[in-house]
Ligand binder design. Structure first.
Ligand code: URA
Length: 425
């Protein structure tokens, strides 16, 4: 086998054989296939696709690249959630402790920012002292004690994905259904969760821009999960505008804590509760009441214990940006559009995301929204505040925001799309 033959095969729209897939995934993980060769193959997959057999085999090869975890020693049923990535998608932060407070165990292996979308680990790392890297033993101990853990996948879990994910982020090869489906499901299957809820984002700020593409991705992933004995469902959810009022690491932690305290933006609360209900039903706890756990403070207790168990101080002040720039409404009326992709790129350019895989992120960078579609705005009043520690980034971020919002005359009718668009599974 050699990498060039495999690249040429996919470039020329030939189906890859099981042997080619097994070999190329394994050889890349071991460093025998170079990054530039895998980048070329990823681009060929993005352009020419893969059929169901190829995706299933590619996923199995990624699972086989590492170890599989085992949570059978836990007394609670396990349930996990994975989002395909969006702008302002901080849902994992309130969701994991909430579901733990309702009786399930949540082994949430999370990732870093990818392209214009934020990463859960980057967000949590803005909490002073918090540690993403846990050994398998530490992870099990936190799960056993608190019921929820959010951490990086260990070195041994789907190592092929770790390399591929970082490579795709910087080679323009994120938005490919076979690569997204195999990336997500290899980690979730290897992790060994009993139930899995997939939050498949649809809209400008998502990797899937249309309902048809999102349905295809969701159906592919639900099929992969069930083939491996994981009780999997998917919700297709709106990502035409950012979730909540913040996009950026520490900004999103602050908003998540507001939700856990019983407040927070209504779309974040609604999606957190919808996903919690699905996770609890999948784990065999359909009668648990997540709204009560948010209201009575038990979800907040679980959050504080979870943050402490990973070295973080839940009471420490979060980092704030050194520089701010306010964008004002151009006219008075109703905000009818605020594009998620533009806001995501702006947050990324302000320093919340990375341009190269080795780049650090700024904890305090991002975009804070003062209005959402449907809100009334006044000419000259703040529409959003941009945060960064490096003010030379403002001009580039403002460029990303050009043409991303519309204000219609006062009285214009506006109906927001539902938060949850469809359920698959
Ligand atoms: N999340 C992942 O884990 N992988 C992807 O490819 C996209 C989102």
């Amino acid at each position: 086998m050699d990498a060039i033959t495999v690249i040429r095969a996919k470039r020329d729209r030939t189906e890859l054989t099981d042997q080619q897939i097994d070999w190329v995934v394994d050889a890349y993980t071991r460093g025998e296939v170079a990054d530039y060769q895998m980048a070329a193959l990823n681009m060929a997959i993005l352009l020419n696709g893969m059929n169901r057999r190829e995706i299933a085999r590619w996923t199995a090869a990624m699972i086989a690249s590492g170890e599989r975890m085992d949570f059978s020693s836990l007394s609670r049923p396990t349930a996990d959630k994975h989002s395909t990535g969006g702008v302002g998608d901080k849902i994992t932060l309130p969701l994991a402790p909430l579901v733990a407070a309702c009786g399930a165990a949540v082994p949430q292996l999370s990732g870093r920012g990818l392209g214009h979308t934020g990463g859960t680990l980057d967000k949590l790392e803005s909490i002073p002292g918090w540690r993403a890297a846990l050994s398998n033993e530490e992870m099990l101990a936190v799960l056993d004690d608190v019921g929820a853990v959010i951490c990086a996948a260990g070195e041994g879990l789907a190592p092929a994905d770790r390399k591929l994910y970082a490579l795709r982020d910087v080679t323009g090869t994120v938005e490919a259904i076979p690569l997204i489906a195999s990336s997500i499901m290899s980690k979730k299957i290897a992790e060994g969760t009993g139930a899995l809820v997939l939050d498949v984002k649809v809209g400008s700020g998502a990797f899937m821009k249309t309902l048809d593409d999102a349905r295809e991705l969701a159906t592919t992933m639900v099929g992969l999960g069930r083939d491996h004995g994981v009780n999997t469902v998917a919700l297709l959810t709106d990502m035409s505008t950012p979730l909540g009022l913040t996009a950026g690491n520490a900004l999103e932690v602050r908003e998540s804590v507001e939700v856990l305290a019983g407040g927070g933006p209504s779309d974040v609360v609604e999606l957190t509760l919808a996903l919690a209900r699905e996770m609890l039903a999948g784990a065999g706890l359909p009668d648990a009441d997540p709204a009560k756990a948010l209201a009575d403070g038990s979800a907040m207790d679980a959050w504080r214990r979870m943050i402490r168990a990973q070295g973080g101080d839940p009471d420490a002040p979060l980092p704030t940006s050194r520089e701010q720039h306010v964008v004002t409404a151009p006219s008075s009326g109703v905000l009818t559009r605020l594009d998620a992709y533009g806001v995501g790129v702006a947050a990324w350019r302000l320093g919340a995301g990375r341009a190269r895989k080795e780049d650090p992120v700024q904890a305090a960078a991002g975009v804070e929204l003062h209005a959402k579609p449907g809100d009334t705005v006044t000419a000259g009043a703040p529409l959003m505040t941009l945060h960064t520690d490096t003010p030379e980034r403002f001009a580039y971020a403002l460029e990303a925001l050009e043409g991303t919002y519309d204000v219609a005359p006062a009285g214009t009718e506006f109906t927001a799309p539902p938060v949850v668009l469809e359920r698959i599974g």
